[in-house]
Design a binder for this molecule. Structure first.
Ligand code: 3PY
Length: 253
């Protein structure tokens, strides 16, 4: 049985008070409604991390994640945050390779691989994002495009390192657009990625690796997407900012 994971990507949203309210509600609902066997990951912006961790406390199956880390361990890199520091503040996961970071901050595969290695060395599990733009989907070269993103990054890891990785498939045309990949489109890509993981890292690694779907996944469409054999959960954008919706998604398996 693979892990089931629902991770919320808050992106650059919420004041301190809003973040505290949202987290308290999510933690309370998760405790009360106890969605069976699901791991929840809250990925707020950096300043929220420690106060959110305090509210999570020792709640079983609720974890803290960051939205980024740097590719160096420490030093004179004003404004950057290293993986080991995130770990020391209670983070267990870190989102890397999100298309917004690739597009707006020019993050390429070499940089993402270096960050992934830093994260793993610090004991953080990467939620590694991949996904194609609309023109690649329309040209029907989406599988090759996404496989290349993984070949240049997480397929370079050792077996021990790869065992910690969570993959998130997020078609760029479905991010923040309200368009979602159909459950069939998600399954097609997830199955293709799992087959490629088997080639690169072995069948056991492929069978164990959680592959999340992201891109306008919400309380309405989550159950049809999560019902697919190779979809192991979601990386949730806007809907992770609403406690009721986020918990409904966690109950959509
Ligand atoms: C979205 O759903 O918009 C996301 O980008 C999740 O990471």
């Amino acid at each position: 049985m693979r892990e089931k994971i629902v991770a919320g990507n808050w992106k650059m949203n919420l004041t301190f008070e809003e973040g505290q309210k949202l987290t308290s509600e999510i933690v309370q609902m998760f405790r009360d409604e106890n969605p069976a066997g699901v791991k929840l990951v809250l990925n707020p912006p950096f300043p929220h991390l420690y106060p959110v961790k305090k509210l999570i406390g020792d709640t079983a199956n609720v974890f803290l994640g960051a939205q980024n880390c740097y590719d160096k361990a420490s030093g004179a890199y004003t404004g950057e945050v290293p993986a080991a520091m995130l770990r020391s503040f209670g983070a267990s996961f870190v989102i890397l390779g999100h298309s917004e970071r690739r597009a707006y901050f020019g993050e390429d595969s070499a940089f993402l691989l270096a960050k992934t290695k830093q994260a793993l060395a610090a004991g953080l599990r990467p939620i590694f994002c991949c996904g194609e733009p609309l023109e690649i989907r329309e040209a029907d070269t989406h599988v090759a495009f996404v496989v290349k993103q993984l070949e240049e990054t997480v397929f370079q890891l050792s077996a021990e390192e790869f065992a910690q990785v969570v993959i998130a498939y997020e078609p760029i045309w479905a991010i923040g657009t309200g368009k979602t990949a159909s459950a069939e489109q998600a399954q097609e890509m997830h199955a293709a990625l799992r087959a490629e993981i088997a080639k690169a890292q072995g069948q056991a690694a492929a069978d164990a690796c959680p592959i999340l779907y992201g891109g306008s996944c919400n309380a309405e469409n989550a159950s049809s997407i999560f019902a697919k054999a190779d979809v192991d959960g979601g990386l949730i954008g806007g809907a992770s900012l609403k406690s009721r919706d986020f918990i409904a998604i966690a109950k959509s398996f």
